[in-house]
Design a protein around this ligand. Structure first.
Ligand SMILES: [Zn+2]
Length: 84
């Protein structure tokens, strides 16, 4: 079982129970829950509203994935909070 650190609550959790956001090495593009073919640096967050809110509040994508192109993924995560 792969464990990853949630960037919301900072606890180690089963990676299968988390959202994964990957910045692809080649293109620099961000992907939410990409397939195994997308290789890059990733940040993880639990699939609950509190962690996602914290993740967004801390500007995690900017800090952990070192990119400014975060708005699309942040909107997708906001949508998950609102609809989920
Ligand atoms: Zn969490």
């Amino acid at each position: 079982m792969k464990k990853r650190k949630c960037q919301g609550c900072k606890e180690l959790k089963d990676a299968n129970l988390m959202h994964k956001i990957t910045r692809e090495f080649k293109s620099g593009k961000l992907y939410l829950n990409p397939g195994p073919k997308v290789l890059g640096r990733s940040a993880y967050v639990c699939k609950n509203k509190e962690c996602i809110k914290e993740f967004l509040k801390r500007k995690t994508l900017k800090k952990v994935l070192k990119t400014n192109e975060t708005s699309q993924i942040e909107q997708e995560l906001l949508k998950i909070i609102i609809e989920g």
